[in-house]
Design a protein around this ligand. Sequence first.
Ligand code: CMC
Length: 391
Amino acid sequence: TGCFTYDNGFTATASCRSAITYIDGDAGVLLYRGYPIEQLAQNSSFLEVAYLLMNGELPNAAEFDSFEHEVTHHTMMHEAFRTFLYGFRHDAHPMAMLVGMLGSMASFYHNDLDLEDPVQRRLAAIRLIAKVPTIAAACHRYSIGWPIRYPKNNLEYTTRFLHMMKEVPSEPLELSPVAAKAMDLLFILHADHEQNASTSTVRMVGSTGANPYACLAAGVAALWGPAHGGANEAVLKMLAEIGRPENVKSAVDKAKDKESGFRLMGFGHRVYKNYDPRAALVRKMTHDVLGSLGINDPLLDVAMKLEEAALKDDYFVSRKLYPNVDFYSGIIYKALGIPVEMFTVMFAIARTAGWVAHWLEQQDDPENKIGRPRQIYTGAPTRDYVGIDRR
Ligand code: CMC
């Protein structure tokens, strides 16, 4: 009934026009504002990429300095956030805390909620890019019972986050340049990915005129699922369960068995049907990082063996299932000392850049309409109410 098309999972529906990110899934191409991801990974920094996504062009030196200055001067959390944070159970998952903390931001920063004003919209976007790492680090420290650290504003974005998250006063954190570069690179690769589930959620909520903090809280909630950003945590748990290269074959067999309900985490993608260009970069980086940090992680052997076995198997080949960005990212995060429950939070920090860029683009778009999909009704036809004594 009705004159609309059934498109389960939106596999063939464009929900908006966007000039931010381009993906060619068959060719394995990913461009941010026209720039190939490989070139940005090689030459840029996460903060520069955040500027690019938001503004459409790479900044010149003065523009970058001013953007960095603005972001750096919004990194502090409102002190009352602490009380809010301390209300969570001590063992809450940091993604659960992040959803709540972002949702609460509208109550702390209600002075930039005049959505008609582009200056205030931009300020909210800067606040989000600046404060999400501070909030994320605080969630982690709270969950392990450590006191919260203030941001060190003399550090650059990614390193500042690592310090806030990991440093203890008695042992100043010495970050190797390789670790800092690896984090920055992972953040660049995760910064945007056009209309993925969480970004579409941000835009769906944004289409109603809701405030940007509520939009991003909804985005974080969507990201948490294991089919989306939660995959990086799920991959590491899966590799640990497989444990040894000898067990890879039975894991592959289980993933092929639909009855098992088990999928190879970090494999497959809705859009990439050739390879995920981000996965190629992460795979190479995994070897570089582990090599230069002198880490011999047996999970890397399991991952390589799993990739090799799946790529030779007709089930995966015929369905065009390749490793995605999250197949190797967890091994790097583990090597950098990031706890597994923080992996999806790392994704959220990076994707904040994309989410705010999409929210800003949508708010500027004269074609913006409330998102309101239709459905194919499968319920009962019209029938008469029956009193409880006659049921
Ligand atoms: N392991 C085993 N079989 C799979 C897998 C997998 N990881 N992924 C897809 N399939 C099968 C699926 O059962 C189906 O088989 P059939 O045609 O016989 O019914 C076929 O491949 C197509 O799968 P689909 O579920 O229709 O594909 P989708 O586009 O709806 O889902 C996906 C894409 C990423 C959700 C899915 O591949 C998946 O669940 N992967 C594992 C989770 C994961 O790694 N997610 C991270 C995605 S990348 C990071 C991000 O952007 O969030």
